[in-house]
Every structure is written in C-alpha cells, then in structure tokens.
Design a binder for this molecule. Structure first.
Ligand code: SAM
Length: 275
C-alpha cells in the first residue's frame, strides 16, 4: 500500500509526495505539527498541513533569506530572526564572521524541539554560543525592541494562524523601529502565482516605511508554485549597490555573488506586482 501526502496549495491545485513513514504528529498550542519521511525530499516538516522545510531543498530558502541582507549591510553584528524555529536561517547567519549575536524568536517551542530531533542538518546550530533562542510571539517581541538590530529576518509561516500579524503594515513599522539607523530587514513573502495580492500589498506597505525596498526570487520546489519571493526593506544600504568582489566567500549550495544580483531580476509578471 502506498502512502502519499498532498498539500493543497490552492482550493484546486497542490503537490503530492510519497511518504515512507510519519515520524511525529501532534497539535501544539499554535498549529498542527507533522514530521514526515519522504522518498524524494528526505524528512519534511509540515505546519498546519503546509510544507515548511525539507532536508533536500531547504538550503535554497535558508541561504536566500540570510545572505543577500548580510552581504548588503557592512557590519551586521546584531541579527534577529522572527520565526525560523527549524534553525536553517540561523545556520546560514552563523557563516558570517561579522555577526556577533543572533536572537531567534519563535512562538512554538515544539517546532524547535522536533526540528532538533528530526532535522539535525538544519537545526544543528541553534545551540551555538552566538545564538539566543526565545519562545515568544514575534509580533509582541518586535513591539518592545527599539533600535537593537542591524538585520531582522522574518522567517514565518503563511499569514494565517499565529503568523497572521506578521504581514501587516504595523508589524513592518515595528521592524523599522527595532532596527538601528542603518538597518535592513527581509521577509519571506510567498509566491507570485497564487499570492500576488499579498506580495503587492506587502511591497506597498514596506515602500511607505523604508527608503529602499526590493523584491527578489528563488526556486524552491516544495513551496507553492516553486517560485518564491523575498521582500527587503533597507534604511540605508541598497543590495544592488554592493561591490561583487567584496562579497565574502562562504560555503553555499544556491547563493553566489552573481546570484546576489540576478535574484533581483524579476520575471515581467512579478515586476508588474511591484510597480
Ligand atoms: N520557511 C517557512 C515558510 O516560508 O513558510 C517557514 C518555516 S519556520 C518553521 C516558520 C515558523 O514561524 C514556525 O516555526 C512558527 O512557529 C513561526 N511563527 C508563526 N507565527 C509566529 C509568531 N507570531 N511569532 C514567532 N514565530 C511565529
């Protein structure tokens, strides 16, 4: 008997993955958590039935959340991650020697616990001495943080459930105030095929708050549509003004100095969302 997991990405379209076995499943106080062993993508974390990360393709997303901003800010010493309980973004951040301290704030400690247990290649750096892990609501945490961070990364779930407030203009205003005067923030902002309205709204909100606003893309096979976007808001530094030969050599599998710039070259139908 074959076992398949299907994520309905819209009411009438989805992806399906053949499953070897279910490793863990529980309803946490915030969301339904499933950890599956898949044939094609290794271990796979689901939250509320949506693919969060897989052992095989996680590097794309985690590198593309972390490296463009950290290679744009000249001295990213204090970094905050909102969400990111699987640890992948933290692992990438720690590749930058200039980073002195990373604070991770995830609302659900169970995500951290089971990512450590079943996704060690992703979560393995959460206990690094440069990392502080807090279990808290990122929306509330940001509201209290003032001018503390050089870079803030929002690695949240979709704008439903516990993450619903993490895509609102008030949250981005709070991020602006939590950043130091030359700070940069980046957030995952879903896909242009099924969430065009979300991207258009976020771009408009961020553009009204930050002097420099950019959108960039990456290919993530297990995410809805496979084309993923990231929104960057910057107070001072423009990612497209970085000197390519000043981008430090770090160990990656997707991000490169050339791709740092190419990722901001948008397909026409995506470009139209940001006009
Ligand atoms: N890469 C995935 C994506 O793009 O959808 C996100 C992965 S990461 C596991 C998402 C994390 O956001 C989850 O661990 C979830 O608990 C966390 N989260 C959701 N709402 C939150 C909130 N209000 N504050 C802090 N963390 C939150």
């Amino acid at each position: 008997m074959e076992l398949w997991f299907t994520e309905k990405q819209t009411q009438s379209f989805g992806i399906t993955a053949k499953i070897k076995r279910t490793l863990h499943t529980e309803r946490t106080p915030y969301q339904k958590l499933d950890m599956l062993e898949t044939e094609e993508f290794g271990n796979m974390l689901l939250l509320d039935g949506m693919v969060m990360t897989t052992e095989r393709d996680e590097f794309v997303y985690h590198e593309m959340v972390a490296h463009p901003a950290l290679n744009t800010h000249p001295n990213p010493e204090e970094v905050l991650v909102v969400g990111g309980g699987d640890g992948g973004v933290v692992r990438e951040i720690l590749k930058h020697d200039k980073v002195k301290h990373v604070t991770l704030v995830d609302i659900d400690g169970k995500v951290i616990e089971y990512s450590k247990q079943y996704l060690p290649s992703i979560a393995g750096k959460l206990e690094d001495p440069r990392v502080t892990v807090l279990v808290d609501d990122g929306f509330m945490y940001i509201a209290k943080a003032k001018q503390q961070f050089d870079v803030i990364m929002v690695d949240s779930t979709e704008p439903v459930g516990p993450a619903v407030h993490l895509f609102e203009k008030g949250f981005y205003q709070g991020i602006y105030e939590a950043l130091k005067p030359e700070g940069i923030f980046v957030a995952q902002t879903d896909n242009p095929w099924f969430k065009a309205d979300l991207i258009r709204k976020v771009q408009q909100d961020v553009r009204e708050i930050f002097p420099i606003t950019r959108l960039y893309v990456a290919n993530i096979p297990t995410y809805p549509s496979g084309l993923w976007t990231f929104t960057m808001g910057s107070k001072t530094y423009d990612p497209l003004q970085v000197q390519k030969d000043e981008i430090p050599a770090i160990e990656t599998k997707y991000y490169t100095p050339e791709l740092h710039f190419a990722a901001f070259a948008l397909p026409k139908f995506v470009l139209d969302l940001v006009k």
